[in-house]
Design a protein around this ligand. Structure first.
Ligand code: ADP
Ligand code: ASP
Ligand code: MG
Length: 404
């Protein structure tokens, strides 16, 4: 069987007209003799609305009920797509995660897909059916509904491509592919023809919403090529693939930025061995992810300032944990939500010296102050004031010749 997995994101199924267009796209693959497995997100805005409702009911809404609630958006979209295909004379039906079943681990809200049972879907494909599968959701061993993290329909599509050994996995979205930076933030952003899993993983983890990071990790482990393209036109998109399939490259492949970081500073912490561990241990026990860290050398050798970043959503929890931590002494605790992390990403930097200098100089020329720095083999991230973010992206895009 020549199988293709087609995933449609929220905007692609955002209106009745868009859903009719999606059915036309699916029909084209059927005509090309593909067996088509469709994955759909919820109509755009629906999941956010459900999340808001849960927050208005309780500021500590149960994760298990969160999953039941927020997974419901996909059910609506799948039924509408299947309904349209039936209207067009095709054999189609919707499948929720539990009906297949798609088995995840037991965690709620950020679960992971373990297994997908293939028998039902295989039989259905053989009978020329077009399954429309709900993205983002699964079922755990307790037979409770789970979800796999925001943007998780991407991961559903990739896992289906893996389990069904699909020939192609196409992510249809509202932009024409993966760009050098978010095309909604910088008009000069350019579509990338081919990008490696490693670079895409960094770009996604560092803020490029176009693909969910977990899905890229899954694709990398299973060596699944992904095509990202627009559901609004038929232009060629971006191929996400192995590094060795890529020849021509720039030093920097792309620039990502975040909106939802917050900076925490402990001023005047008594400087002694183990102090950083005492601060971070209770945070990690509460699943608070600490990202960038910088510790200043103290002038008197006794005290130090420790700065780190977390997700803004974790601010209140972090404040409580630090204030109730009896193992640390400090003079002041500062929080700043007006920060943004901007990152340059590219495997080319491994072999090219001077990239860090060029990044810092380009920011300095624009009078943009760097607050915290972190690096890895293929990325450099800096924390800056949120108000400078668009200017920083534009400056770096130009500096690394991504405009051309
Ligand atoms: P979908 O609903 O199809 O899953 P998303 O909203 O999750 O779509 O992702 C698409 C959005 O990602 C685009 O509208 C774009 O604004 C944003 N985006 C951020 N960074 C990039 C990038 N580097 N390339 C393309 N799009 C990006
Ligand atoms: N509907 C879910 C979300 O908005 C999953 C997805 O769109 O991929 O996060
Ligand atoms: Mg998405």
């Amino acid at each position: 069987m020549k199988i293709v997995v087609l995933k449609f994101g929220g905007t692609s199924v955002g209106t009745i007209d868009r859903i009719k267009k999606v059915a036309d796209i699916i029909a084209k693959y059927v005509k090309k003799k593909y067996k088509v497995i469709v994955v759909s997100s919820a109509m755009s805005g629906v999941t956010n609305d459900l999340v808001n409702k849960s927050n208005n009911i309780s500021n500590d809404f149960s994760n298990a009920e969160y999953d039941v609630l927020v997974s419901s958006g996909e059910q609506v979209a799948c039924a509408l797509i299947a309904g349209r295909l039936i209207h067009k004379g095709y054999n189609s039906r919707s499948w929720m995660g539990w009906q297949i079943p798609i088995i995840t681990d037991d965690d709620h809200k950020y679960s992971k897909i373990n297994t997908i049972y293939k028998k039902n879907i295989n039989q259905y494909l053989k009978s020329n059916g077009i399954p429309i599968i709900a993205g983002f959701q699964g079922i755990n061993f307790d037979r409770r509904i789970t979800t796999i993290g925001r943007g998780g329909s991407d991961a559903t599509a990739i896992m289906l491509a893996k389990f069904f050994k699909a020939e192609r996995c196409i992510i249809y979205t509202d932009v024409e592919g993966v760009y050098t930076t978010d095309p909604r933030k910088l008009k000069k952003a350019r579509k990338i023809k081919v990008i490696s899993y490693e670079e895409m993983l960094e770009m996604a983890s560092l803020g490029a919403k176009v693909m969910q990071p977990v899905s890229i990790q899954d694709a990398r482990l299973s060596r699944i090529d992904i095509e990202v393209k627009s559901s609004f036109n038929n232009k060629r998109g971006t191929l996400i693939t192995k590094r060795k399939n890529i020849v021509n490259r720039n030093i920097i492949t792309g620039i990502s930025s975040t909106q939802n970081d917050a900076k925490v500073t402990l001023v005047g912490v008594i400087d002694k061995p183990g102090i950083a561990a005492s601060i971070f241990k209770p945070l990690s026990e509460s699943s608070i992810n600490v990202d960038m860290v910088v510790q200043n050398i103290s002038a008197n050798g006794k005290e130090t300032d420790l700065t780190f970043t977390i997700k803004s959503d974790d601010l209140n929890k972090t404040r409580k944990i630090i204030n109730s931590n009896k193992n640390i002494n400090f003079k002041n605790l500062l929080f700043d939500k007006n920060v943004s992390k901007v990152s340059i990403i590219g495997v080319g930097m491994i072999t090219t010296p001077g990239v860090t200098y060029r990044m810092f100089q380009a920011l300095a020329k624009n009078k943009i102050n760097i607050q915290v720095i972190s690096t890895s083999e293929i990325k450099i991230s800096v924390l800056i004031n949120k108000k400078n973010i668009n200017q920083a992206i534009a400056a770096l895009h130009k500096e690394f010749k991504l405009d051309k």
